[in-house]
Design a protein around this ligand. Structure first.
Ligand SMILES: [Zn+2]
Length: 273
């Protein structure tokens, strides 16, 4: 609200001006100001499906690539749109001294994220209202399948800090997208991201393709759809029926992860001297 620093006082976060936020019983900090627009956030069943998918290692290739692009000397890593905290935990494993801040709009995500790593704290906040992080303090910001607030990310990144962005390519999960009611991925998505980054004062250091094929059971196929927007549009039994149809007699079906990890930093001309 005032953007000043928050200190922990028992179960309360308090700023020098006296703004107070009580920590939730489940361990996260609810920092929604209540002024924001109403965005649809992930529901409990969607988050449970996502936890099962990530616990099963379906996105392990993405977690590995994020960890490989993490500076092991990082001290502060922010996951903006942290979901269950799985990606933040992978990155913290690669940076043994770092502390993490996982931010998500969904309290169900925040509950999971609060348990993801002993070195991470979990915050409920709206990315579009601003990231509740002090300026110039983040050695890395993660945006994994998440909305991106360019101005706020530029503000919180420390000099030399990296933005690690994961976006799906048109071929992502192509074997099952249509049958499981998942949204189509536009072919221009990556181009548009890189154009937006340049317009927002970022330089792209790398764009790394991550492709990995995994074989999923009908139950995991239903989770794969249910953890995303299809979880808002279809009931669990509709998704289970569609997944059973995809899996067929074999009871399982291969799906290909096809994403790009984009690594960017803020272009600060005066830092170059
Ligand atoms: Zn305050």
């Amino acid at each position: 609200m005032c953007r000043d620093r928050l200190a922990v006082d028992g179960r309360t976060l308090i700023c020098p001006l006296g703004h107070r936020f009580d920590l939730a019983r489940q361990g996260y900090a609810p920092l929604l100001s209540g002024r924001g627009r109403a965005h649809r956030s992930d529901t409990a069943p969607m988050v449970a499906a996502r936890r099962r998918i990530l616990d099963a290692g379906v996105f392990a290739a993405v977690q590995r690539e994020l960890a490989a692009h993490t500076d092991p000397a990082s001290s502060s890593i922010v996951d903006a749109g942290a979901g269950t905290g799985h990606y933040l935990a992978s990155v913290l494993d690669a940076a043994p001294e770092a502390h993490g801040i996982g931010i998500d709009l969904s309290k169900y995500c925040a509950r999971a994220c609060a348990r993801a790593s002993e070195r991470a704290i979990s915050v409920v906040a709206d990315l579009w209202e601003g990231l509740p992080v002090r300026s110039g303090t983040a050695d890395a910001v993660l945006s994994v399948f998440a909305p991106r607030n360019l101005a706020e990310t530029a503000r919180i990144l420390a000099p030399g800090g990296r933005w690690l962005i994961v976006t799906p390519n048109p071929g992502h999960l192509h074997q099952v997208r249509e049958e499981l009611g998942m949204l189509r991925i536009g072919a221009e998505k990556l181009e548009r991201l890189h154009r937006d980054l340049a317009g927002g004062g970022f330089v792209v250091n790398a764009a790394v393709p991550v492709v990995s094929t995994v074989v999923l059971t009908a139950a995991r196929l239903a989770d794969l759809a249910g953890m995303g927007p299809a979880g808002h549009h279809r009931t669990e039994s509709e998704l289970a029926a569609a997944a059973a149809h995809v899996a067929g007699a074999a009871g399982e079906h291969p799906v290909t992860l096809d994403v790009t990890l984009t690594v960017a930093h803020v272009d600060r001309p005066h830092d170059r001297s």
